[in-house]
Design a binder for this molecule. Structure first.
Ligand code: MN
Ligand code: MN
Length: 315
């Protein structure tokens, strides 16, 4: 089954209608589709500015402007994949365990049908549940491409293990990711001390700071991002890898970041034959201005779906 049934802007102007991601039809697990996008409206693990519980609804609104064509790949996912909006998974603003259960059950249904999913967070704590669900179904550790200002292997805060800066430490401990196949892009986050980098170093993650990327040059860097072949791969995209000038609406902004053009270029050139899922996290609409951050998120999402389209199982 190919082609997405997004409502045309000629038929219904883009500012009108009931908002779904990219004006796609609402989907159900009973329907036939290739990729399901869903929201995780949870921000109970944020350490500074909250608000990313509002990201799924805001991104639905702003994605009315989204298009499917990738200039570099010369293809449009609108034509190659049937993508639907699955709505939001169950979440509980007071209870992270209940939220994780809701997330895992959603992914479980998607992956049991051998389909692919994209989750719109939510704070970065939700990625642990996303990865747990993928590992449970696929039964092998994943390759992980992690865009972020922060390493997200930080220790517990206020005695809480599962805050939004710790998902990768737990994913590693639980064997959800293959440490040889973890790439971190955009790192520059404020460190308490140099020991904050130890987990990545000791496990031989491929870590690229913004300075590394600028030194290499964009095209050169894009060619260095590894291709993990048939290893199931997950992209987790924390919007704060972008500079606050390009993504002001986020929980823990860090100056000195990547530009929107740079991250779109990276996604446009990424070779990722077995991308089973992705998430986009940490967009906080209450701190956004003129939807700059949400709109960047929409275009990032579109490029991620185009990776799935470029390596479509229909080929
Ligand atoms: Mn993060
Ligand atoms: Mn971050």
């Amino acid at each position: 089954m190919t082609g997405s049934k997004s409502i045309s802007g000629r038929k219904l102007p883009r500012y009108s209608g009931i908002k779904t991601f990219f004006r796609l039809p609402s989907g159900d697990f009973k329907d036939v589709w290739d990729v399901g996008i869903f929201g995780i409206p949870y921000d109970g693990a944020t350490s500074y500015r909250p608000g990313c519980r509002f990201a799924p609804s805001r991104i639905r609104e702003v994605s009315a402007l989204g298009r499917g064509y990738s200039l570099v790949r010369e293809l449009s996912w609108f034509e190659r994949l049937n993508v639907v909006d699955l709505g939001d998974c169950q979440s509980n603003p007071m209870d992270q365990d209940a939220t994780y259960k809701g997330i895992e059950s959603f992914w479980g249904e998607i992956l049991a049908l051998s389909r692919r999913g994209i989750a719109i967070g939510g704070d970065h704590s939700v990625t642990l549940a996303n990865l747990r669900a993928c590992k449970a179904v696929l039964n092998e550790p994943l390759a992980l491409i992690h865009f972020d200002a922060h390493v997200d292997t930080y220790p517990a805060s206020w005695g809480s293990e599962f805050h939004h800066g710790a998902f990768l430490r737990h994913a590693l401990k639980e064997g959800l990711v293959d440490p040889d196949k973890v790439v971190q892009i955009g790192i520059r986050g404020p460190l308490n001390d140099i020991a904050d980098l130890d987990i990545g170093k000791n496990n031989k993650f491929s870590v690229y700071t913004v300075a590394d990327i600028r030194r290499l040059g964009l095209d050169n860097f894009c060619q260095r991002i590894p291709d993990f072949g048939q290893t199931p791969t997950f992209i987790t995209f924390d919007i704060d890898c972008l500079d606050p000038a390009y993504a002001p609406g986020t929980g823990t902004p860090v100056p000195g970041g990547l530009t929107t053009f740079e991250v779109l270029s990276m996604l446009q050139s990424l070779s990722c034959p077995n991308l089973i899922g992705a998430d986009l996290v940490e967009i906080s609409p209450p701190y956004d201005h003129a939807d700059i951050t949400s709109l960047a998120g929409v275009y990032i999402l579109s490029e991620i779906i185009n990776i799935m389209a470029a390596f479509s199982r229909n080929d």
